[in-house]
Design a protein around this ligand. Sequence first.
Ligand SMILES: NC(=O)c1ccc[n+]([C@@H]2O[C@H](COP(=O)([O-])OP(=O)(O)OC[C@H]3O[C@@H](n4cnc5c(N)ncnc54)[C@H](OP(=O)(O)O)[C@@H]3O)[C@@H](O)[C@H]2O)c1
Length: 127
Amino acid sequence: MSFYVRMFSSNCTRRKKTTMSSNLIIFITGANTGLGFETVKSLCQSPKAYMILLGGRSIEKANAAAEQAQKEFPKSASIIKTVQVDIEDDDSISQAFGHVASQYGRIDILVNNAGKDFEYSSKPVTG
Ligand SMILES: NC(=O)c1ccc[n+]([C@@H]2O[C@H](COP(=O)([O-])OP(=O)(O)OC[C@H]3O[C@@H](n4cnc5c(N)ncnc54)[C@H](OP(=O)(O)O)[C@@H]3O)[C@@H](O)[C@H]2O)c1
């Protein structure tokens, strides 16, 4: 939540940008595996061109996932860039914010997917 609030409460567009993109910029956290990675691959298959920011708490895993998606979809219209972000670490969130603000200037869509699939055990209610 804190990541979401910081990204959208600041006006990134006023900052200096080094990479301009006229395409939709989609940032997906926890995107190196699971549903996040499937989302990246799904976007890669679209005829529309996106700037996909593939977030991972391990930049090595994120880079490997980006490479895999690019190999799988070499003709994709989209571009994949990686961003290190651990959503449980305020410093990492601040650094990711600074990186995205300076490199891309904005985020159009945030898919805050990072997390864990908790299995809950349920007990029958009696009485
Ligand atoms: N799969 C389901 O049936 C289901 C159902 C309901 C909700 N969800 C939710 O959907 C999301 C994705 O589920 P999934 O099944 O794809 O899970 P997954 O395969 O376990 O993938 C989770 C991803 O989140 C990353 N991650 C975990 N903690 C992180 C953190 N603190 N900072 C940054 N990244 C972090 C993981 O990174 P590492 O590779 O570094 O561990 C991994 O890339 C989760 O939020 C989950 O709660 C899933």
